[in-house]
Design a protein around this ligand. Structure first.
Ligand SMILES: [Zn+2]
Length: 267
């Protein structure tokens, strides 16, 4: 299966989520002629006077301003590799702004979605509070028949399935996913009891968005363009994501059955 629509918006909470999670789908769709926007909502303010938050400090930044500027430059490079157009909203992430202003963010976000035949937003596992908040906003404010679909988030999904370390238990999970066993599939599959099951009012069908070698390679190179993030996201990042997608069959997309977004998926 693959995604085909003339105009696609991938909603990226932070500067890297779209590439990490949907990079191959973006690359393949762009090569097929789609206009794909990687829309980062919490892209930070390049004129901020705030000190760096904990994550940005751990990534080597001294100020919020530097983090926003450098991370946007990384996003430009990654999007160029994928064939996407970057777009940024200058909102601060949860480390700088624990309470987001839903009305202000929606007022900036909604026009960016106009005319899209497919809007992809984080769906699983929604462990990061900004990701969950944003998807709740989209589900609440978009019409029920909007072409909204949900994506499996990396590296969170592979961390949830495999763990972060390389102990005996995690290596066993790597093996189950690597041989594409039923047990491996169960480790990977979103469940109705997961957060997205509670947010989406309707059951979702999770599919694998197939990619070709060129798309997978573009994704790998795009991820590496986010140089400031790589240490913090953990070792063997691209290999771990590739393993997860090998086991699943591609990047994961959750579709409302018979929804408008389902029409953009070709088998
Ligand atoms: Zn994120």
């Amino acid at each position: 299966m693959f995604v085909r629509a003339p105009r696609i918006v991938v909603v990226s909470p932070h500067l890297d989520d779209a590439a990490l999670s949907m990079g191959a789908t973006i690359s393949r769709a762009a090569r097929a002629g789609a206009h794909v926007t990687a829309l980062t909502v919490f892209a930070g303010d390049p004129d901020s006077v705030a000190d760096a938050g904990p994550w940005d400090r751990a990534c080597g930044f001294g100020s919020a301003r530097d983090a926003a500027r450098v991370r946007r430059e990384e996003d430009v490079r990654a999007c160029a590799i994928l064939g996407a157009t970057p777009a940024w909203l200058a909102f601060a992430d949860v480390e700088y702004e624990p309470e987001h202003d839903a009305d202000a963010i929606w007022a900036a976000l909604a026009p960016c979605l106009a005319g899209a035949q497919l809007v992809l937003t984080p769906g699983f596992p929604l462990h990061h509070p900004d990701h969950e908040w944003l998807t709740r906003l989209l589900v609440a404010r978009l019409p029920a028949d909007a072409p909204l679909a949900f994506y499996v988030e990396q590296p969170y999904a592979n961390t949830a399935a495999i763990g972060r370390g390389y102990d005996r238990a995690s290596l066993g999970k790597v093996a189950r996913i690597g041989v594409r066993s039923a047990a491996g599939r169960r480790l990977q599959a979103p469940q109705p009891s997961d957060t997205i099951g509670q947010i989406a009012a309707t059951p979702l069908e999770w599919i694998a968005a197939g990619a070709d070698a060129e798309a997978r390679d573009a994704k790998r190179r795009a991820i590496l363009a986010y140089g400031s993030q790589l240490d913090g996201l953990g070792g063997r990042l691209t290999e771990r994501i590739r393993l997860y997608e090998w086991g699943w069959g591609g990047e994961g997309v959750g579709l409302k059955q018979a929804g408008a977004a389902a029409d953009t998926v070709e088998t």
